[in-house]
Design a protein around this ligand. Structure first.
Ligand code: B12
Ligand code: SF4
Length: 476
């Protein structure tokens, strides 16, 4: 329970005292690190580490508000639970915030419990995509979280600090969910332009060179807009459905700052769908070219295959784009319709062809076991991936994440789907133990995934690009 004796921010004069400690949880950082390294080597990639931009935003807001804030990424900082506990005892944070995807939520709950055993007065909240989707259930399952935070937290965080020690006021804040509170709604940041820029100075960026193949020393993530208006049934749309965009000027100045202050040489745009507005995109491309940014950095993004043209990809290439991640999902038009993706097979063919012609590296994301999928559908996806000959393809198994329509469908046994594991540790995209259907048992899903990856081994980027350039395809 919340404690009235909580120390409010900046009251303590102790040199070690923190106002806010944010944590990326892990119960076994060594094991996770070894796995990451093994995957990286298998994929021939020099680096695969993106620093967490949501946390960087929260640190920026906290600092602006005069708080002493710190982030511990237990995996990348190599923190054992015991070391974390020592650190918490030393710094006695007024508020501890743990971020968690579904796959991390049990670890987050265990860490909260261990902190509380030693410091019952600690105030601990949980945020991120899992708690945002099912805050009440999260608080029920993990009794050591004092409250959950839903959705974006930049505006909320200073308000939370103003309410520390006042349980009722804290409970009333939209986006804060305490036990028994039924209203889980949160208010999306209307003006994302005003949020301070991510506090990368709080990270040891040498540990996060970026998610290759950017082929530079330092990649940093940037978010130009939040929210997605589409309704794909497998997606939890973590930042809501209301689209909000930053001005082109503010994005350009963030990139320039990243170059000057952090030696950034590549940008990963993490927007759910990068080119939502062609006008915005065209302004961004023109200004990037005018200011010479295309000569200083390269960039990657995720896109839908709809509403694109050869000219668009050529402009993207000119503006510095080297890599596009397409949500292809399935080779079956019937499945694409069922999952409400709003794209067609012919759009997939066109988008990939035009991307290659522009000299940009395409990557495809498929999903195995979508609602109504049969074995033949999945095999068709594998054949399509081969035919499209993209640099790389991901074949995760469909996971009914909390907050997705697919989870609701599975709970109602639609298309013969049923959830076979409620163990959140299994809720990663490569895990076959979570869901099955009449047509595709979990064993079959696993077999199909193995088959897909064996048929589509990861290509070496330089060889792939050489081949792309040599083919008659690429425009000069
Ligand atoms: C970039 C990204 C990644 C990157 C980087 C992740 C990172 N550490 O930043 C990489 C590639 C590493 C990644 C990995 C995975 N990802 Co990912 N990823 C994303 C993506 C596309 C964008 C996230 C982002 O940066 N958003 C922008 C920032 C501003 O928002 P944010 O991170 O949500 O943070 C805000 C709020 O959530 C909140 N908040 C977050 N944490 C906390 C904590 C506290 C205390 C508080 C108060 C608030 C708070 O405040 C932040 C600022 O407003 C999202 C989709 C999406 N749009 O969210 C998927 C998404 C988050 N990923 C997802 C998944 C499943 C994964 C993986 C498990 C996949 C896998 N490989 O199996 C792994 C997990 C890795 C791990 N740690 O174990 C799912 C999560 C679903 C779920 N319920 O778990 C999402 C929603 C995609 C989807 N629709 O399926 N991912
Ligand atoms: S998968 Fe992409 S396009 Fe579909 S709802 Fe999610 S973010 Fe939007």
């Amino acid at each position: 329970m919340l404690n009235d004796n909580l120390r409010l921010k900046n009251i303590s004069k102790s040199a070690d005292k923190l106002d806010l400690l944010l944590i990326n949880p892990s119960l076994d950082w060594q094991y996770q690190m070894e796995r990451k390294t093994a995957i990286r080597i298998e994929k021939h990639l020099p680096s695969q580490e993106t620093p967490n931009i949501g946390i960087a935003y929260l640190l920026a807001v906290a600092k602006k508000d005069g708080c002493r804030a710190k982030y511990i990424d237990m995996v990348m900082d190599g923190f054992s639970v015991e070391q974390l506990l020592q650190y918490v005892r030393k710094t006695k944070p007024s508020l501890i915030g743990i971020t968690a995807f579904s796959i991390q939520i049990s670890a987050a709950g265990t860490i909260a419990a261990k902190i509380k055993q030693q410091m019952p007065e600690a105030l601990i909240c949980v945020g991120g995509s899992h708690a945002s989707a099912i805050p009440e259930q999260t608080l029920e399952e993990f009794p050591d979280f004092d409250f959950a935070v839903c959705g974006e937290a930049e505006i909320l965080l200073p308000k939370i600090f103003d309410c520390l020690g006042n349980y009722d006021a804290l409970s009333r804040l939209p986006g804060v969910v305490t036990r028994g509170k039924k209203d889980h709604s949160w208010v999306p940041n209307q003006n994302i332009e005003d949020i301070p820029l991510p506090a990368w100075e709080e990270f040891d960026l040498t540990k996060y060179p970026g998610n290759c193949p950017h082929n530079t020393r330092q990649e940093l993530p940037v978010v130009t807009g939040r929210g997605c208006p589409f309704r794909c049934v497998f997606c939890c749309r973590a930042l809501g459905d209301k689209v909000r965009r930053r001005s082109v000027e503010s994005v350009i100045s963030e990139i320039e700052r990243n170059i000057e202050e952090f030696g950034c040489e590549s940008i990963a745009f993490l927007d759910e769908t990068f080119v939502l507005s062609k006008d915005w995109a065209e302004q961004f491309f023109s200004q990037s070219i005018d200011r010479g940014l295309n000569k200083k950095i390269n960039w990657s993004c995720s896109m839908r295959v709809s509403n694109v043209s050869p000219e668009l990809f050529q402009r993207m290439k000119k503006a510095g784009c080297y890599y596009i991640f397409f949500g292809v999902e399935s080779a079956s038009d019937a499945t694409l319709k069922r999952i409400k993706k709003g794209i067609t097979l012919s759009q997939i063919y066109d988008a990939v062809k035009w991307t290659k012609q522009a000299g940009i590296t395409p990557v495809g994301a498929f999903i195995i076991g979508l609602p109504g999928d049969s074995e033949a559908d999945v095999l068709k996806s594998v054949e399509l991936a081969k035919e499209l000959d993209m640099y790389s393809n991901t074949f995760p198994i469909a996971i009914p994440f909390p907050g997705t329509e697919m989870r609701e469908m599975a709970l109602k046994n639609m298309y013969g789907m049923k959830i076979v594991s409620n163990n959140w540790d299994h809720y990663g995209k490569q895990d076959y133990r979570v869901m099955e259907s009449d047509d595709l048992s979990w064993e079959k899903r696993r077999q199909l995934q193995k088959y897909a990856y064996s048929e589509l081994p990861k290509k070496k980027l330089d060889e792939y690009m050489k081949r792309l350039k040599e083919s008659a395809f690429v425009c000069s």
